[in-house]
Design a protein around this ligand. Structure first.
Ligand SMILES: Nc1ncnc2c1ncn2[C@@H]1O[C@H](COP(=O)(O)OP(=O)(O)O)[C@@H](O)[C@H]1O
Ligand SMILES: [Mg+2]
Length: 523
């Protein structure tokens, strides 16, 4: 028996390693042993990689693509991305050495596509510039820098209290029908005059809802700069699963490529992207369904354990690039639907923990007419403050906390009678500021208008108005400002902050407007 030495072990290992020839170019052919529920079990693909694109040769020479998911000793479990019915037992399957890629480039703008990037809007084929992988390793910290530019949503309640910066990940969370999609769509509409490209990823929604959103974006002139990626409720689970990654890939093209189509760099700025994932709860459900069909062990709430990793990988792709890398950005607005307000369920807690804050929408506020139904107490933006416009920060800096304490005070004093003057004043102000934040759909406000509205409130100009007049006052005041005091608005926009002069002139202008404002008859 030969003696075992460190050297002999070393030699044996080296021999083994030399014999192992690894190449991504290798192609293998296997056969389908079973197919059902959109899942195929394939024999003979020992070299398949996790997530690799597999090519199934189905009936009548039809090619269907699949994703290698479970790599087992003697078989591969794959999910099918195309026409499942075309695949039968004994069909051939090839590895491709690639992962799923989607077409990308400028030609995608204005189009509605499925998660494979194929057009579904009947507007003909897309001449894409190239392909990008749906899974892409997010840039590391060295390639990034902190958020510094605002991502204006045009929504007063958001831009004033929960400011979002370009490159940030801000979760929109709430029960169904609380206005989550509305916030995201309004934010997209607001980019129409900004240098931001938008991607709206619809996951598991009704096709008619998606069509309605596309129609809305078209009507408001925002579709030209938007790509809609749709995996509707009637699409297969794998397509719903892959949709957010496909959308991210299409967005990444713009971050990493300049206007000229060349790679972004110090001399060639990358572009800014806003991506909405509506919603990731449905993606998680699709992923759970796939995993259960693949017989992966179920974890909490029967989701596979790596659903957290799926979402964190996706949201890491939101980024603000450093100047050397072109300074482009991708801001992500993931949406999560809660059940009966339960944010402590598995998927909500996961996504809360991997975002930079959340806009929490609440059913009872929505039905009380507080729309957008933002719960100011538990909504937060952890990084956007540094990107907020100074003029807004000056007037809205303490608004969120003021309103949160107003809400508590209001609940507390509901039944009390003798309140001291300070408490009464706080209630008066709080009620008007809360009212001031109401905003209809499709009417994004420019940030300077927002700053003027909040200034009017925080300087007390609303305190003696009936609450029900506040929104009308805001609208008429801004009309007045643009009609008679545009120079003052321009000064604020030029200075980007409130100087003593601008404050004095603004207060005088608001007071002048107020003398001609007719309050409604109060009861
Ligand atoms: N700010 C708002 N003002 C008035 N109606 C709104 C507002 N936000 C949302 N809505 C309406 O509320 C309904 C639900 O909104 P939606 O965004 O679809 O909710 P979710 O995505 O949370 O299910 C829609 O009919 C929408 O038009
Ligand atoms: Mg919705």
């Amino acid at each position: 028996m030969t003696e075992i030495t460190a050297q002999s072990i070393d030699e044996a290992l080296r021999k083994q390693l030399d014999a192992l020839s690894m190449s991504v170019e290798s192609r293998e052919v296997g056969t389908v042993i079973q197919v059902g529920d959109g899942i195929a079990r394939v024999d003979g693909l020992r070299g398949a990689m996790a997530g690799e694109l597999l090519e199934f040769s189905g009936a009548n020479g039809k090619t269907v693509y699949g994703l290698a998911q479970n790599l087992e000793e003697d078989e591969v479990g794959a999910v099918l991305l195309g026409d499942v019915t075309a695949i039968k037992e004994n069909d051939q399957v090839r590895t491709t050495g690639r992962i799923v890629e989607v077409p990308s480039g400028k030609a995608m703008l204005g189009r509605v596509v499925n998660p494979l990037g194929q057009p579904i809007d009947g507007k003909g084929p897309i001449q894409a510039e190239g392909m990008r992988p749906v899974e892409f390793k997010a840039p590391g910290v060295h390639a990034r820098k902190p958020v510094e530019e605002p991502m204006q949503t045009g929504i007063l309640a958001v831009d004033s209290m929960i400011p979002i910066g370009r490159g940030q990940r801000e979760l929109i969370i709430g029960d169904r029908q609380t206005g989550k999609s509305a916030i995201a769509v309004d934010a997209i509409i607001n980019q129409k005059n900004e240098d931001v490209i938008c991607i709206y990823v619809a996951i598991g929604q009704k096709a008619s809802t998606v069509a309605g959103i596309v129609e809305t974006l078209e009507r408001h002139g925002a579709m030209d700069k938007t790509i809609v990626v749709a995996a509707t409720a009637s699409d297969s689970a794998p397509l719903q699963y892959i949709a957010p990654m496909a959308g991210a890939a299409m967005g990444e093209y713009f971050i990493y490529t300049g206007e000229d189509g060349q790679p972004a760099g110090p001399e060639n700025p990358g572009r800014h992207v806003l991506i909405v994932y509506d919603d990731l709860s449905k993606q998680a459900v699709a992923y759970r369904q796939m995993s259960l069909t693949l017989r992966r062990p179920p974890g909490r709430e029967a989701y596979p354990g790596d659903v957290f990793y799926l979402h964190s990988r996706l949201l890491e792709r939101a980024v603000k690039m450093s100047d050397e890398n072109g300074g482009g950005s991708m801001t992500a607005l993931p949406i999560i639907e809660t059940q009966a307000g339960d944010v402590s369920a598995y998927i909500p807690t996961n996504v809360i923990s991997i975002t930079d804050g959340q806009i929490y929408l609440q059913t009872d506020l929505f039905y009380q007419g507080q729309r957008p139904a933002v719960n100011v107490g538990i909504s937060v933006s952890r990084v956007g403050g540094s990107a907020q416009v100074k003029a807004m920060k000056q007037v809205a800096g303490s608004l969120r906390l003021d309103l949160a304490s107003y809400n508590e005070l209001q609940a507390f004093t509901q039944f009390g009678s003798d309140l001291d003057k300070a408490t009464q004043d706080q209630l008066t102000r709080g009620a008007r500021m809360t009212e001031l934040l109401k905003q209809g759909r499709y009417v994004p406000m420019p940030v300077w208008d927002q700053a003027i509205a909040i200034y009017a409130g925080s300087e007390g100009f609303l305190d003696d108005l009936p609450v029900q007049d506040v929104v009308r006052f805001r609208g008429e005041l801004l009309d007045y400002m643009h009609a008679s005091k545009q120079d003052l608005v321009d000064r604020l926009a030029a200075e980007k902050k409130w100087t003593d002069d601008i404050k004095a002139d603004m207060s005088a202008a608001i007071a002048a407007f107020k003398t001609q404002f007719s309050t409604s008859a109060t009861a």
